[in-house]
Design a protein around this ligand. Structure first.
Ligand code: DX5
Ligand code: ZN
Length: 213
């Protein structure tokens, strides 16, 4: 099983002081998860590449694009902004291999994500070319939703197929649900509300870590 990684999602942070918010968690985190929403693939919109460029974090930025058909120039914006990894959605792209190959060509990590109702079969052909798979555990678009446990069989099957692959879960992750996802085979844990919704963010991250033993 690959290394356990915690990725606080700044979607639930106070973006007017995002660098300060990140400072509170980065010591205990492996990645900072940045959600990009376009108002098309998902109804809300969030921040852009310019915002990402202004983020100061000592840990790598895990950029999750909830974006319809991202063009090369759009992807390049996030690469230039300092993304460590870029995740695209299978459902958002006509031919996800195009975006995956463009990201890889730029020598950063690449991942593909599926929504709770999308079958794992849809992405099996990409498993050998991505660095990570994100199994969504809520419908993408909003923080603070309930963890969908029905996504766990996909995590289990994926772990069986790919013992060394990074498997990320995102949505409704707290110490309890992180434990369920961990048991199923996930090793990268995104958490927004359960970290930035707490006063003591460092303690919240440590709580999640404790449940992964
Ligand atoms: C939802 C985003 C998540 C979100 C998770 O579409 O992809 O990253 O921040 O928030 P919580 O942890 O509150 O479910
Ligand atoms: Zn996300």
């Amino acid at each position: 099983m690959p290394k356990i990684k915690i990725a606080p999602s700044i979607l639930s942070a106070d973006l007017s002081k995002v660098n300060q918010e990140i400072k509170e968690v980065e010591k205990y985190s492996d990645l900072i998860h940045v959600d990009i929403m376009d108002g098309i693939f998902v109804p809300p919109t969030t921040v852009d590449a310019k915002f990402v460029k202004a983020i100061k974090a000592r840990v790598p930025l895990d950029v999750h694009l909830m974006v319809h058909e991202p063009a090369d120039s759009y992807l390049k914006g996030f690469i230039d902004a300092g993304a460590y990894s870029i995740t695209i959605h299978e459902e958002a792209c006509k031919d996800p291999a195009r975006q995956i190959n463009f990201i890889k060509k730029n020598r950063i990590k690449t991942a593909i994500s599926i929504k709770p109702k999308t079958s794992l079969d849809k992405i099996k052909k990409y498993l050998d070319i991505v660095d990570m798979v994100l199994i969504m555990t809520v419908e993408p678009g909003w923080a603070g939703q309930k963890f969908i446990e029905e996504a766990m069989p996909k995590v289990r099957e994926l772990r069986r197929l790919k013992p060394k692959l990074d498997i990320e879960v995102d949505g409704g992750i707290n110490p309890y649900t992180a434990g369920i996802a961990f048991e199923s085979g996930a090793n990268v844990f995104v958490a927004g509300t359960s970290i930035f919704g707490k006063k003591d963010r460092a303690a919240a991250v440590k709580e999640i870590l404790k449940s992964l033993k």
